[in-house]
Design a binder for this molecule. Structure first.
Ligand SMILES: Cc1cc2nc3c(=O)[nH]c(=O)nc-3n(C[C@H](O)[C@H](O)[C@H](O)COP(=O)(O)O)c2cc1C
Length: 192
């Protein structure tokens, strides 16, 4: 089974990102196309980028980079769970992306965003520009949650409505479809 890595892109105490990611992971496991790895940047705790060489060389000197590299290497597809901070995505997420290079290549990318009226879509547009530079292929279907606080229970569990459940399922199907095609490119890269 292919592996889907779901990256939680916010780290502040009390963040909405973790419960939203947990909902999406549960949805993905229920759908059953992927083995799901929840990669929470608040737990991974990467320092600000501190590798001496360009990541494309993969001459990593730090254990935290080697661990992050191995984690992303195992992914066949990636979903970024991101809020919108000042119309962009969080610096902690850019930092985690910049740490690596070929580990991201030729993998399908999906986005779960949330925020106010724009539902985090401005952050996603910025993210797409960055991940395509790393040869990721964004799927068109996405999950964009407007006014996410309305779906957050007092128990800290995110319970969205039916259209958002359906959006998650549609994005998962598309990630699976695209992963089938991109697998060929990743194999070719390994052989070359
Ligand atoms: C630094 C900061 C900037 C924010 N900027 C935006 C914004 O540009 N657009 C928006 O919809 N919400 C914005 N918000 C509100 C967030 O959508 C809301 O706080 C959300 O819960 C943040 O995600 P998190 O809880 O996972 O950190 C901002 C919040 C913070 C902390």
């Amino acid at each position: 089974m292919p592996t889907l890595t779901v990256i939680v892109g916010s780290t502040r105490p009390g963040r909405a990102g973790r419960p939203i990611a947990e909902w999406f992971v549960e949805r993905a496991r229920r759908q059953g196309d992927f083995e799901v790895d929840l990669a929470d940047l608040a737990e991974i705790r990467l320092p600000l980028f501190d590798e001496p060489e360009h990541p494309r060389l993969r001459r990593y000197v730090n254990d935290h980079t080697k661990d992050w590299s191995a984690r992303v290497d195992k992914a066949d597809a990636v979903v970024f769970v991101t809020p919108e901070y000042n119309f962009g995505y969080p610096a902690v997420l850019k930092n985690a992306i910049d740490y690596l290079h070929s580990e991201w290549n030729d993998k399908a990318a999906g986005f779960v965003s949330y925020g106010g009226v724009a539902a985090g879509t401005r952050a996603v547009q910025q993210l797409k520009q960055v991940v395509t530079t790393l040869r990721m292929v964004p799927v068109v279907d996405s999950v964009n949650v407007p006014f996410h606080a309305q779906f957050m229970g007092g128990d800290g569990v995110f319970r969205p409505n039916e259209p958002l459940d359906a959006a998650a399922d549609a994005m998962l199907s598309e990630l699976n479809r695209l992963d089938g095609a991109l697998r060929t490119l990743r194999e070719a890269r390994r052989v070359a």
